[in-house]
Design a protein. Structure first.
Length: 439
């Protein structure tokens, strides 16, 4: 396993026989034509259809929001920054919205206006799904993803990997990774949740799909019954959900129950049906009492490489450490120091090994992909725990680190697109692909 912390300027594609070939990088190229207007994006003239060049084209498949300054929501800044990085490598970065399979339209970036212009876009050589969920009609999203899979250009792990139970089964089905999986049960109803609580007195109950820290409940059983704690997002009345400074706050709520009947009454109000029940892992805390866990960003450069080690530090008394619920991102090494833990190198090395093993297992199962976020914890004896993975890891938490880390993560995506285009023929099927809804 490799534990590279920086991006290589050369690529080696490792074949099944252990061989490989080196792929050099090309110089910068440019040349776009712009024009026209639209309500919140700009429309390009037909000349944009010819602005393909002879280089690699990288497509970002994202949600589109009704917002002039943030047309792609949280992905807007990353899309523009990735376009700039792509220019230095001779890679054209474009944005594809839901419905692309039907109309073939997307967006090109205009750096002079700092805006995106709409027009006809040829199918890119590599497509990365950047949004975890989509507001558009599910049928259109399925059509788009099926097209990308069929043409062999989609290089993001399938959405099915975001399902916590699907990932747990993959984890426990691997002899090497099974020791790092927390005790977990799949619950179909409130009775299943309550029964699991009888087996483990302190658990977290989570939706099967990612929730950015919301709808996650910590449930503890006691002689008198038990209690439930969760975090609730508070949105100011005058807040604009699509505004540039939209930052809802979070507050911790609590409820108690005496028996199954009172627990059932509470649980109905959560709206959760099928969900995951997982043992509570006592996280390490900073000296001032803030809990933290980790996000390792693993990207495929010359094999799986660790680009960033991030600790997510929650507030005192918080239920989760999620950045969207008020968590703070700092370097993993810094968090270990704040917790007064020794042997940093050994702890980080163990976390490295587990994160890389997870990344390689996903590659073996689903085929080539560009990146994954691996969420990790530490047991009190220092054993790593794998909570879940994020197929579309954001860059928000990297903003708190050295700016070069975020830049390296963007360069890795562009370099991956170059490597993947050189070694993978468009139209062929990659390992593990299908056209079902899992993608």
């Amino acid at each position: 396993m490799r534990k590279t912390k920086s991006c290589s300027r050369k690529w080696t594609w490792r074949n099944g026989d252990g061989g490989g070939r080196r792929v050099g990088l090309t110089g910068a190229r440019a040349g776009f034509l712009w024009g026209g207007n639209a309500p919140f994006l700009f429309h390009a003239t037909d000349a944009a259809e010819e602005a393909e060049g002879d280089g690699v084209r990288l497509g970002l498949y994202v949600n589109v929001e009704p917002n002039r300054t943030r047309p792609f929501g949280e992905q807007t800044r990353m899309c523009a920054d990735l376009w700039r990085v792509g220019q230095a490598y001779g890679v054209e970065v474009v944005v594809l919205p839901p419905g692309y399979a039907r109309h073939g339209r997307g967006f090109l970036y205009d750096p002079a206006r700092d805006r995106w212009q709409a027009g006809k876009i040829a199918l890119p050589d590599v497509v990365l799904r950047r949004s975890g969920s989509f507001r558009a009609a599910p049928a259109r999203v399925r059509e788009d993803l099926a097209l990308f899979v069929r043409r062999g250009v989609l290089h993001t792990l399938p959405r099915a990997v975001s399902n916590k139970w699907t990932f747990y089964r993959l984890l426990t089905g691997d002899r090497q990774l099974q020791p790092f999986a927390p005790w977990t049960r799949l619950a179909h109803n409130v009775q299943d949740v309550y029964d699991a609580l009888l087996q483990a007195p302190d658990v977290y109950v989570k939706p099967l799909a990612g929730a950015q820290g919301i709808s996650i409940y910590r449930v503890r059983r006691s002689a008198a019954g038990g209690d439930v704690r969760w975090e609730e997002r508070v949105v100011p009345r005058d807040a604009k959900p699509h505004g540039k400074t939209f930052q809802p706050s979070t507050r911790v709520r609590q409820a108690s129950f005496q028996d199954f009947s009172s627990f059932q009454s509470f649980w109905r109000r959560t709206g959760l049906e099928q969900c995951l029940v997982q043992e509570t892992i006592p996280l390490p805390h900073t000296r001032d009492g803030r809990p933290f866990d980790f996000r390792w960003l693993v990207q495929y450069v010359d094999g799986p490489d660790i680009i960033a080690r991030v600790a997510r530090v929650g507030a005192i008394g918080s239920v989760t450490t999620n950045i969207h619920t008020g968590g703070q991102a700092i370097l993993a090494e810094e968090a270990l120091s704040l917790a007064g833990l020794s042997q940093h190198a050994q702890i980080l090395s163990r976390l490295d090994d587990v994160a890389l093993a997870v990344a390689e297992r996903l590659w073996q199962t689903y085929g080539a992909y560009a990146e994954v976020g691996v969420d990790l914890g530490l047991r009190s004896d220092g054993t790593p725990v794998v909570f879940e993975v994020n197929p579309t890891p954001g860059r928000r938490m990297l903003r708190s680190l050295d700016r070069r880390v975020r830049e390296l993560s963007l360069e890795a995506l562009v370099e991956y697109a170059i490597r993947a285009t050189r070694v993978h023929s468009p139209g062929s099927t990659r390992k593990g692909e299908s056209t079902d809804e899992g993608w």
